[in-house]
Design a protein around this ligand. Structure first.
Ligand code: ADP
Ligand code: MG
Length: 306
């Protein structure tokens, strides 16, 4: 029996008749301790998918099962990490994590909870910032708090919805390495949503493309047999890594091409052209009445693909 399983799951939004079908017949099996990345275009239904696993929303059809039991709502067995950190701004780093730990480990003595919280703050390298408030932290540090909180709850499954997308490239790289390192020590079951092929291949055991087939469906898994720990610099020159990346990107691009709907829309663009103050003839500029207009100069056809 798979640890986490989605069987023929479909999901849409809106009233019958004008319903936006987002996900169609999703089947997914994840083993305990596996690190699975799901990659897809923006708006293809990734959050819809992970929210059903989190129990925040229900599928229209099909089932989501954890150890064979239907998921009926959110629970501490699944820790969620979002892109926007979701910390309480009036609580310090320690207090934000304590909120979750106190709830999950109610029966523990106070000292044990405190040590537990400190252990996870240290794991994400934030011991020096334990008494700081979210507003005093950088984006990367805030996301470290969210990771520590999810780990401290000792959830069996970690669900991460584009956790690093809001961060700058260098911070993202550092956090990818740190989270990968923590994962190797804790071996949680992870579902990591991303739109970054390199991130997916660097971190995961298996990458699954969410194909934007309107409604979207999961493509075939791509196993990532690269040895761990994976060195991001070395991997960039690795032939196997390059081949995996090409395979993944090709799958995503091909699926986009197949179902592409092309419409042409007539656009009304602002009819005023900017002046180039380096070349403009100042006298001419001040003598002319009104701005230069595009319609004076040319006509343009603009095709929009959506
Ligand atoms: N609560 C909702 N109500 C209505 N439409 C939604 C809702 N959540 C998502 N959608 C729509 O479903 C589609 C997929 O959204 P989402 O799952 O957020 O995609 P992704 O996370 O891949 O960007 C989008 O068209 C979005 O507008
Ligand atoms: Mg999303």
């Amino acid at each position: 029996m798979p640890y986490l399983e989605l069987k023929n799951v479909s999901k849409g939004y809106g009233p019958k008749g004008s319903r936006n079908e987002v996900l169609n017949q999703i089947n997914l099996s994840v083993e305990e301790g596996e690190f699975v990345a799901i990659i897809g275009y923006s708006g293809s239904g990734k959050s819809s998918l992970i929210n059903m696993i989190a129990g925040l929303t229900k599928p229209d059809e099909g089932e989501v099962l954890l150890e064979g039991k239907a998921i009926s709502g959110p629970g501490p067995d699944r820790g969620l990490i979002f892109q926007n950190y979701s910390l309480l701004p009036w609580l310090t780093v320690h207090e934000n994590i304590a909120l979750a730990v106190d709830e999950v480990f109610k029966s523990w003595p106070k000292q044990q909870r405190k040590e537990h919280i400190e252990k996870y703050i240290a794991m994400v390298k934030l011991s020096h910032a334990a008494t700081k408030f979210p507003r005093e932290l950088s984006g990367g540090m805030r996301q470290r708090v969210a990771v520590a909180r999810a780990l401290a709850m000792d959830s069996r499954v970690l669900l991460l919805d584009e956790p690093l997308s809001a961060l700058d490239a260098l911070t993202r790289a550092t956090l990818q390495d740190d989270i990968s390192d923590i994962w190797q020590r804790t071996r949680k079951t992870v579902i990591w949503i991303t739109n970054d092929p390199d991130e997916a291949i660097l971190l995961a055991d298996r990458v699954i493309p969410l194909l934007p087939t309107a409604p979207a469906t999961l493509g075939q898994s791509i196993a990532i047999p690269l040895a761990r720990p994976r060195d991001r610099n070395a991997i960039n020159h690795d032939a196997q890594f390059k081949a995996l990346r090409t395979e993944l990107i090709t799958k995503l691009l091909d699926s986009k091409g197949k179902n592409r709907l092309v419409i042409s829309k007539k656009l009304t663009l602002p009819d005023i052209l900017p002046e180039d103050l380096n070349t403009v003839n100042t006298l001419q500029f001040f003598n002319r009445h009104g701005p230069r207009r595009r319609s004076d100069d040319q006509r343009e056809n603009v095709e929009v693909i959506s």
